[in-house]
Design a protein around this ligand. Structure first.
Ligand SMILES: [Zn+2]
Length: 275
């Protein structure tokens, strides 16, 4: 089994998560803080497993640059984010550049349905998609649009399968789902950034922790800082504590979607060391 270099496609510019981490202040900071982060990557991941290629998240589409692609009425898109995505940076061309035909992808896991993780669905027409049922419900319809999701942009044919956590506990995590017969690629619940966010663990030595948005980067995990998007701070904090506990049980490489260091951490197998 190989895990390939993450596909880098597109960059996301979010407002700074520094400053106060408390409740409403976290969210206010995200919308009104004039201090922007630098451009951040949007990583996706391809696992070349003998049972088939597994992709985690599908990144963003270059259609973000079309007028009206994002709802102009939504404060998040007006104030808290900017994107830069070239057509070659979408998941389809990125997989091809790695020598993987999108048709060879057998399974796709979406950590959560925010647009920068689900904007490239259209490229993977032959795969089975795995999504949390509750996340799917939260993101659907007008309610989803108010929450900042873009269900109106999902392809009409798109019909995900729902994750079933039937594989028992994994380390400090109460439940998991295996994507392989071997049990070496697991989906685990990591609520926080969204209430039903999931992450992926590729077991090995070290194991790889494909984190989605559990924290925007490794340093924020180490400092236990919760981002401005998480609706319930205590839930996000609990997940960060579980990841920390896992790292003390077994060596892991921590790979958040927007951490500019994730790619080199994967290439160098840099183990997460909590204080
Ligand atoms: Zn997100």
């Amino acid at each position: 089994m190989h895990i390939l270099c993450p596909s880098t496609y597109g960059f996301w510019r979010g407002v700074s998560d520094e400053g106060s981490c408390k409740g409403a202040a976290r969210i206010a900071n995200m919308l009104f803080d004039e201090e922007w982060t630098g451009w951040l990557p949007i990583y996706a991941w391809a696992i070349e497993h003998e049972e088939g290629v597994i992709v985690v998240d599908v990144g963003e589409t270059s259609r973000v640059h079309q007028t009206g692609y994002f709802p102009s009425w939504h404060p998040f898109y007006r104030r808290a984010t900017k994107f830069s995505v070239h057509p070659d940076e979408e998941i389809g061309p990125q997989l091809k550049a790695l020598g993987i035909s999108p048709r060879d992808v057998s399974q796709v896991v979406i950590t959560h349905l925010h647009t920068d993780h689900a904007g490239g669905l259209v490229h993977l027409t032959d795969a089975r998609f795995w999504v949390s049922e509750q996340e799917f419900k939260r993101a659907s319809g007008i309610g989803g649009q108010i929450q900042g999701y873009l269900p109106q942009r999902w392809p009409r044919w798109w019909e995900p399968s729902f994750i079933r956590f039937d594989h028992g506990p994994f380390g400090p995590f109460e439940k998991s789902m295996s994507l392989t017969k071997k049990g070496d690629v697991l989906i685990i619940p990591t609520p926080g950034h969204t209430p039903h966010h999931v992450s992926l663990v590729v077991r090995g030595s070290p194991s790889l922790f494909i984190a989605g948005d559990t924290s925007y980067n490794q340093q924020l995990l180490i400092e236990g800082k919760v981002d401005g998007v998480s609706p319930i701070e205590a839930v996000a904090r609990q997940t960060l504590a579980q990841i920390s506990a896992l790292s003390k049980e077994t060596p892991i490489v921590y790979l958040p979607s927007h951490d500019p260091e994730s790619q080199s951490r994967l290439l160098n197998c840099s183990i997460l060391k909590m204080a």
